[in-house]
Write a protein that binds this ligand. Sequence first.
Ligand code: ADP
Ligand code: ASP
Ligand code: MG
Length: 431
Amino acid sequence: MNVFKFGGASVKNAPGFVNVAEIIAFFKGEKLAIVVSATGKTTNALETVVKSYFYKDGTALEKLDAIKRNHYEIIETLGLVGTEIEQDVNDLFVEIDWILDDEPHDQYDYIYDQIVSIGELVSSRILYHTLRSRGINASWLDVRGVLFTDEIHREAKVIWNLTSEKVNASIRSLLEHSDVVVTQGFIGSTTENHTTTLGREGSDYTAAILSYCCNAEAMHIWKDVPGVLTGDPRKFENVVKMEKLSYKEAIEMTYYGAKVIHPKTIKPLQNKNIPLYVRPFDNPSSVGTKISSEAEGFYPPIVVIEEDQALVSISVRDFSFVAEQHISNIFGILSELRLKVNMMRNTAISFTLCVQHHQDKLLQLKEKLENEFSVNIETGLEMITIRHFTKEAIQEMKRNKLTLFEDRLQDTIQLVVKEIPLITRKKEDEK
Ligand code: ADP
Ligand code: ASP
Ligand code: MG
């Protein structure tokens, strides 16, 4: 049995759903568990519904209507109007209507999970009906009945023992009388039946959880790129596809922020030695990039960019050395604010760290530290990581940039940079 994952980009419109159905038909004869994300940018759109509802700006219903229209349009283009699917999708959206009918009493993150999760439930119903209408023997699974988590809404952690047992039993039994099981990425449930989510972009992780629990032969993520490339094609030219990567290389790349796979995806797969293929959804016969435990080969320079970074410089006021106690206090606050440190360094009297620029969290950090330390925060920066760097690759990345912070390990260099404002000569007639 194999696990396929289709992200938002692969089901952004009706032709996307048809393409996914064709890929599945291409693998006729295989038993498949299929994890699907919400269509296109639906999760972002649902997030704005939550915000409008919670902060009562009066536009939540209007925003929800636009999302509904978009889905009904997909159903119409797929030629599925008048089938059971309309009722199905209605029933799911009604759950949001009910929430919006009431005043927001619950915590923001709880409400978020109840509303945003509908995106995956709807897209998986559409995919299920699309497959059935094309003669594919598909069944549908509400993943919330098998993937159990703790109660940390928006960042729920999996309860592995329970999930493992439930996922394996239900998928195996569904695959006894169907060829494919369609289910949702990104969402789960507490043991009290409250819906949770696993963190943005979490569908890759769901597919890895299911692969782990069912001892899948392989997991396949279908993307709008030929495979894992040496850099983000939206940002760089001349990037090339890598035929294979080790789990270690993949985990390093995603840790440093490569957006192609969710960072939590690799561990469950590595633990059971399940290979991961990152493949192009516009060419089902290509195997894309294989990520596995196979011996490492030669890697070209691989570049990962994290935008919108902040550099926080923390120095002791009284010139005493930065000691373990200081560092422990600083990390206590960072952990409380759930701020992930991307790079750090300490000198005798200062401590510098690079984090994602979250305005609110950084203000809180400054406030909490200012009794003991003087704190300076610089924003609008970029963090560039080059794995397997060469002199030329470093030069290219530093071009027209001012490097504020640099850290070099044997096979990885990290730079925090800012744009150098270019001064250009005025033309004669502008003087
Ligand atoms: P999905 O629809 O599966 O959620 P995403 O948009 O999250 O897809 O991920 C695919 C995108 O990841 C690509 O379009 C590409 O721009 C980006 N990306 C970033 N880094 C890489 C990389 N190293 N290799 C391939 N794609 C990358
Ligand atoms: N739909 C969710 C998101 O956009 C999960 C995912 O796509 O992986 O974050
Ligand atoms: Mg994604």
